[in-house]
Design a protein around this ligand. Structure first.
Ligand SMILES: *Cc1c(COP(=O)(O)O)cnc(C)c1O
Length: 656
């Protein structure tokens, strides 16, 4: 290892613990794995992944931000809550602590289930659920005697009455929490009685839970159908009673290495404030781990660490960044030898025993240790994954798009060592692709554009044009547009428009624009949509004039929608758009632009025989710049491989 200190997370031990605990879980009960505080310092994303593979069906976090991070880093698939039901295709995440009103958006955005402990929060949540037009699930926390958070068991009736006004919330769970489940004191029984009474007041509820780890072992409440498993799964024993009941293996090992070796003479002292006086000459080693790494200050002159299978006492005070250990007794020791500060290798260094030394809590120790340490995940004694420290705190919402943009820009500049070029690459290429919105980046595939010119009977100076465009793409919106521009300026406007799937530029008959605008849809005489389909759905088309400049029509905008499209949003659909229009004979060239990322294109142009020869020039941004061109009698077809990527700003010009 190249690290100053690191954590090894033994996932086999985690699975062993989980399997041992399952023997105490009743057959009708599910398991919620608690992964709060980054899974008690073990890495929430990885523990969640392994837990879900091993039969866990729900995850518990402390707050909404932890939940958001877990969804993001752990890629925990999300429920979708809708008006009338929720789709059970993923893993629910319960937020255990009370949430604050400002966390409500995060809760909705990440489909987290909040715990309700407070009516005011509940009403805020209900308002937002109404705004979003969903019925949102909540778990009601009942305080049955711990006096921490929750609706008091003896105030539940009042709460329920007030809750009935929160019509967009649904009680999906009711739970309580033991205050000393590891003890045989009768307190848990009282809590259970109170909880049971509350339950009689609720009709049906999907989840009932009360047991934490020790509760699973000692007070498993039969009416509950899910348990909340925390510290036991991480292999921590908190007392003799637990130790006698179940065999567990510590999951976390905290390691470092010797960074310095020296000696101190009899009568000298070691470390700050002379708390250790040297009785006989000692050889000591410095370990680069201190209380800032989570190695508690109270372990000063108390703890032992393991070096080459020998326990070595900590000498003097724990400093912020290092500790001193006695290596006098070691036969063999050298600089950079591995040091184990906490873990399974020796009972004296398991979390429970270390915490006992300073009357601390093993939970606290696990959650704080290794703050500066990278995590390595092991299966079968092999490292299968690692997690740098930065990753633990990365929340995408921390990065507003401005910040993200500047990071990307700087990264490019750093890479090519040229600020000016970086700006060009960023502004003119990347930003262009994302069209100032990095959300709905999508691409078209199987792009086919067929253009047919024939003689026009009415306007001799024009060709009659029929176009058929088809492609596949994710439907982002239940409405999309087709636009017809009359000049480059309006075309530019249409290019900027989101969900505009097709644009045409028309050169209208001379006197048209000079006419006053009394015939509203004049332009529509020259540009018509003959058909527009999404899959097999014929969409409804309405026309808007757009934009009007000094009373003159500068283009046409067609709005296309259909009520069935809502259900297709987010899915890949096939667009078909057919138009009829005109094209000026004197133009002598016809351009087809490809302005979205496109995978595979075929563009064909058919024309009356008298305009032969037609030349074709293609400008392709992308790896492959010379697609196949086929010529038939009165037709040119340009075809790329179906898997070829074409980037925006590509196009084809036919000249005649
Ligand atoms: C932390 C927590 C748990 C898990 O407790 P353990 O004792 O670690 O099993 C269960 N329920 C709630 C509400 C918690 O906050």
């Amino acid at each position: 290892m190249n690290d100053r200190s690191w954590l090894e997370i033994n996932l086999d031990n985690y699975v062993h613990n989980l399997e041992s605990i399952k023997k105490f879980v009743l057959p009708h009960q599910d398991i919620m794995q608690i992964v709060k505080a980054d899974a008690y310092g073990h890495g929430a994303a990885k523990i969640a992944e392994i837990a879900l593979k091993n039969g866990v069906t729900m995850l518990g976090v402390a707050n909404a931000e932890e939940g958001a991070l877990l969804r993001y880093l752990g890629k925990i698939p999300s429920y979708t809550y809708t008006k009338d039901n929720l789709t059970l295709d993923a893993c629910p995440i319960l937020v255990l602590s009370p949430s604050l009103p400002n966390e409500i958006d995060l809760i909705f955005e990440n489909n987290l289930i909040p715990s309700i402990t407070e009516l005011d929060f509940c009403q805020n949540l209900d308002n937002e659920a109404k705004n979003r037009d969903v019925v949102y699930p909540v778990h009601i926390k009942i305080d049955t005697g711990m006096n921490r958070n929750g609706i008091r068991y003896d105030a539940f009736d009042n709460f329920l009455m007030a809750f009935s006004k929160c019509t967009n919330l649904k009680i999906e769970g009711v739970f309580s929490h033991f205050l000393e489940s590891e003890e045989q004191s009768g307190v848990s029984e009282t809590q259970i009685d109170r909880f049971r009474e509350v339950l009689t007041k609720i009709k049906t509820v999907k989840y009932i839970h009360i047991a934490n780890s020790a509760g699973i072992l000692f007070q498993n409440f039969k009416e509950a159908n899910i348990v909340r498993l925390g510290f036991l799964s991480y292999g921590v024993n908190i007392n003799k009673r637990v130790e006698k009941t179940i065999n567990l293996k510590p999951v976390m090992t905290f390691k470092s290495k010797i960074s310095h070796i020296s000696t101190a003479k009899k009568g000298e002292t070691i470390g700050y404030n002379s708390t250790f006086i040297v009785n006989e000459d000692v050889r000591f080693a410095i370990i680069p781990v201190g209380y800032a790494d989570g190695y508690d200050f109270l372990l000063s002159n108390q703890a032992k660490v393991l070096v080459n299978n020998e326990l070595c006492p900590v000498l003097g005070r724990v400093s912020m960044d290092m500790i001193c250990i006695d290596i006098s007794k070691l036969q063999k020791v050298s600089l950079y030898d591995e040091v184990i500060l906490l873990g399974e290798e020796h009972p004296e260094i398991n979390a429970g025993n270390i915490a006992f030394l300073y009357k601390g809590s093993a939970y606290e120790l696990l959650a704080q240790v290794g703050r500066r340490a990278k995590r390595y995940y092991k299966i079968n004694n092999m490292i299968i994954d690692q997690e740098p420290i930065q990753k633990r705190s990365f929340i995408p919402s921390d990065f507003n798009s401005e910040k993200l943009s500047s990071i990307i820009k700087n990264a490019i500049a750093h890479r090519i060592q040229n600020n000016e070029m970086a700006k060009v690459i960023y502004d003119d290429i990347l930003k262009y692709f994302f069209i100032d919105s990095d959300k709905d980046i999508s691409y078209r595939s199987n792009f086919k554009h067929n253009i047919v010119f024939t003689e026009h009977k009415e306007y001799k100076d024009y060709y009659r044009v029929k176009t058929v465009l088809s492609f596949q793409k994710i439907l982002h919106n239940d409405t999309f547009y087709v636009a017809c521009a009359i000049d480059n300026e309006s075309l530019k406007e249409f290019f900027k428009m989101k969900n505009c799937e097709y644009r045409w530029i028309i050169d209208v008959p001379e006197n048209h624009l000079n006419r006053s605008n009394d015939k509203k849809n004049d332009l529509n005489d020259y540009f018509k949509i003959s058909k527009a389909l999404i899959n097999d759905i014929e969409v409804d088309i309405s026309i808007k004039n757009y934009p009007q400049i000094q009373g003159m029509q500068k283009g046409l905008l067609f709005t296309m929608n259909h009520k069935k499209l809502v259900d297709l949003c987010g899915k890949v659909v096939t667009f078909v758009i057919e138009t009829e229009t005109i094209y000026h004979k004197k133009a002598h060239q016809l351009s087809v632009y490809i302005n979205e990322i496109t995978k595979g294109a075929e563009v064909s142009f058919s024309f009356p025989s008298q305009i032969n020869p037609v030349e074709i020039t293609s400008i392709f941004a992308g790896r492959e710049r010379f697609p196949l061109i086929q010529r038939r009698d009165n037709q040119i077809i340009l075809k790329t491989r179906p898997d070829m990527w074409i980037f925006p700003n590509s196009g084809i010009v036919f000249s005649y």
